[in-house]
Design a binder for this molecule. Structure first.
Ligand code: ATP
Ligand code: MG
Length: 381
């Protein structure tokens, strides 16, 4: 088992960062500074190297520094047991990528450079509706199974067509419904693939999540997670044919309801991930700190699955998590995690006073200063 870590990072004209060169350590790297100095921007730049969309709601054209035409992010990293280099150029609202000097599509970076991010917006994972949790599952599955993205895109297309047809049939009673059956079959096939992938992914994720949450809460609380499917069934143990047949019969039973609403009311686009702390819903009853710990746990567990599947521990990017966590939870993050490269941002030094080993930098107006290396104190004899 190896772990992926960045040895050199160079950023040019990305958001408020004019030029930044950084040689991070293989363990904990802390970036601290006042508000609006570029902490999240740095985390975002790193995350974009995964080839995924930003975790911020943003337009591609907004990445480039005001007044500039082009931004660039280059990272030398050790991964796949060799030294590699990934380069991302953002220009004219478009991204282009190079891996070891060879051009490839940005999407192809997924599965080659691994990073998992946690930012304050991730709290919505626990607090908001099911779509956030589905998006988490789908993004996490894509990192370890890039072709899953196509299945998701195919399902959206089929869903769109099926819903349009439902609308037409509802408005023209007596219209031939056989075409609907054709879309039902495509929908059932894709839905089975998606439900199956999600349930299997959760089987891997849940034990890691339980273990991590126990660690974060100092052994005081227990997290459990389960896939909540809008089509009841023994998902995970159903074969393809049985699963598709179950979905088809559910669609048939639900057809009047679907016609009434002109939309498909059951399927993977309506499913949820149930998260419970000590047996009760984290969304309905969790405290702010518990909800944050839950969301963080999902991300840390995602790292463990990537490690299990790819053999590489991804880079972990934690934006602004320390200030809201109590000491037990902070200590767990700074020293209780499995080995791997970690970037953490926070506003001031008090957030990481308990760190035993790592490197810290202060960021101001998009530039790094005050590098400090913290080494473990020798125990007195
Ligand atoms: P906080 O502690 O408040 O989260 P932060 O250090 O994480 O602060 P960032 O979100 O990284 O701050 O943003 C820093 C600054 O970057 C903001 O003031 C923002 O206006 C600026 N900024 C964002 N996009 C661009 C851009 N394209 N060009 C120049 N500056 C930008
Ligand atoms: Mg920030």
């Amino acid at each position: 088992m190896s772990y992926l870590f960045i040895t050199n990072l160079s950023i040019r004209n990305f958001r408020n960062i004019p030029a930044l060169d950084l040689a991070p350590g293989p363990g904990v790297n802390i970036i601290y500074g006042d508000n609006a100095q570029g902490k999240t921007n740095l985390i975002e730049a790193l995350y974009l190297l995964t080839g995924q969309k930003s975790f911020r709601q943003t337009k591609e054209s907004e990445f480039v520094r005001f007044g500039e035409k082009k931004a660039q992010i280059i990272a030398a990293f050790s991964g796949g047991s060799r030294d590699q280099e990934v380069s991302l150029t953002l220009e004219g609202g478009k991204r282009s990528a190079l891996l070891n000097d060879l051009p490839l599509s940005v999407g192809e970076l997924t599965g080659r450079f691994f990073a998992v991010v946690f930012s304050p917006s991730e709290l919505s994972l626990v607090q908001d509706g099911p779509s956030q949790r589905r998006a988490f599952l789908d993004g996490a599955i894509t990192q370890v199974m890039p072709r899953y993205q196509k299945t998701m895109a195919d399902l959206s297309r089929v869903l769109f067509q099926r819903n349009n047809l439902l609308y037409d049939v509802a408005r023209h009673p007596g219209m031939d419904e056989t075409l609907l059956e054709v879309w039902d079959r495509s929908f059932a096939k894709l839905s089975y693939s998606i439900i199956n992938a999600r349930v299997r992914y959760l089987t891997r994720l849940a034990p890691f999540g339980e273990e991590i949450y126990r660690g974060i809460s100092g052994g005081k609380e227990a997290l459990s997670m389960a896939y909540q499917c809008s089509i009841p069934g023994e998902w995970g143990s159903l074969g393809e044919q049985e699963g598709e047949a179950l979905i088809l019969s559910a669609l048939e039973k639900n057809r009047r309801e679907d016609l009434k609403n002109s939309c498909t009311t059951i399927g993977p686009h309506r499913d949820d991930l149930d998260l419970r702390v000590n047996g009760v819903s984290a969304r309905a009853f969790g405290s702010q700190g518990q909800q944050r710990s839950c969301a963080l746990t999902l991300k840390l567990a995602e790292c463990r699955v990537i490690r299990e599947v790819s053999g590489e521990q991804p880079v972990l990017l934690l934006d602004d998590v320390l200030s809201e966590l109590d000491k037990t939870r902070r200590d767990y993050l700074l020293s209780g995690l499995a080995p791997g490269q970690l970037f953490i941002t926070c506003c001031d030094r008090s957030g990481f006073s308990s760190i035993r080993e790592g490197i810290t930098w202060r960021i101001r107006e998009g530039q790094l200063a005050a590098k400090r290396r913290i080494t473990p104190k020798k125990k007195k004899e």
